[in-house]
Design a protein around this ligand. Sequence first.
Ligand SMILES: [Fe+2]
Ligand SMILES: [Fe+2]
Length: 177
Amino acid sequence: MADFLTDVQTLRDRARDGIMSGPVTTAYGTDVDRVIDLLNTALATELVCVLRYRQHHFAAKGLDSEPVADEFLEHSNEEQDHADQIANRIYQLGGEALMDPSKLLDRSHSEYVTSRDLTEMIRENLIAERVAIASYTEMINWIGSADPTTRRVLEKVLAKEEEHADDMLTFLEPEHS
Ligand SMILES: [Fe+2]
Ligand SMILES: [Fe+2]
């Protein structure tokens, strides 16, 4: 056996002792409460993004801007999927997903900004995506190798936010404005 591994009897004993912690074992590499807090911040950010993109979808439809309106709706749905994955991870870690609407904006990293101008909407979404990208990158760096599953969830979400930012940038380029 490699000498950095815990002997099998100790592993079995610890697994049995901590059974009510579910998937969180003594091998968990960081403070689980801090990870849950971090995930609740990410959850609030995602839910604010769901609503902002949703509002922009209907506003853009009203401006007869179907391709952009369609993209806003797609993004809104993908942000909801991110929120669901994050909420799921919070419960796996023994936490509680916080969705009280009156507290979401305080906790969210992204803002809820609306506009009647299509270019302004696109710019606001691009800014929100850039905020999300920066904050997910910091979370991933902070987690390091301490919690590979949470890290993987956040890495998948980050990759999608980068696609979202790229989509918004494409709409801002000259041929679209
Ligand atoms: Fe997202
Ligand atoms: Fe996004």
